[in-house]
Design a protein around this ligand. Sequence first.
Ligand code: PPS
Length: 294
Amino acid sequence: RPASPAPEAGLQEALRKAGSLQDDLREPAATNGSAQQQQLPQTIIIGVRKGGTRALLEMLSLHPDVAAAENEVHFFDWEEHYRLGLGWYRSQMPFSWPHQLTVEKTPAYFTSPQVPARVYHMNPAIRLLLIVRDPAERVLSDYTQVFYNHRQKHKPYPSIKEFLVRSDGRLNVDYKALNRSLYHAHLQGWLRFFPLRRIHLVDGDRLIKDPFPEIQKVERFLRLAPQINASNFYFNKTKGFYCLRDSGRDRCLHESKGRAHPQVDPKLLHKLHEYFHEPNKKFFELVGRTFDWH
Ligand SMILES: Nc1ncnc2c1ncn2[C@@H]1O[C@H](COP(=O)(O)OS(=O)(=O)O)[C@@H](OP(=O)(O)O)[C@H]1O
């Protein structure tokens, strides 16, 4: 259930903790001698990991009034960054014009319990973007990501089956990737601080199949003038995904985006879909809409 904008008394402790490191660190924006300056983000893509957060950020950057941080900043979830305060956070942002919206994406925010209070403390009126994807598919994508990370370092990595199946044949619900797909559980932490109207859900599966309508909705949510066009997207058959066309320049996302997932035995996949059935229902209730998931 959406919380009211002012958190109840029980949350004061979380907020106090979030605030204690920040209070003295609100500095005026740094200037570089021109009218451009670094601004704290007015919107953040909080997750989900492997949901399509990079695609969303890149697509949103097509808008002339959007300035996006290139890298994941990990400000609110990494203590060594959070300790450095909002001045440091701002210094990680791109230079932008005052009318532009600054956005960053760090998908780990969504599943880090300490993050909602910290974001609220920075700006209770912030607009949040959450891109979700079929939870079972997200698990396969998550596995694939870590598999490739190991492969790059020439390290062995177990098969997905070894992660998903326990020795007694049952689904291994302790596999971390499963937990990250329990969207309702993580969202509840955010709804303690932010009403649902401040969190825009992007359908990651639709963003893959037909990005333009999803991006139009984001433009509306952020109250941006409609500037992104259907002609900014074209389907690239070789990549198998939509790529971007910006001022005559074509570009696709990095090769690490849109990798083939491992083949999973249909019975195991069915178990996975069953496992997510109830959590998905809870998520749909929480957000007041459904998604076309297994
Ligand atoms: N246009 C386009 N091109 C390429 N890839 C696209 C696109 N739109 C969405 N996606 C999907 O984005 C998935 C990666 O999600 P993230 O960027 O959130 O991953 S990460 O958490 O930042 O590592 C990535 O997951 P995988 O398919 O598993 O690689 C893609 O399915």
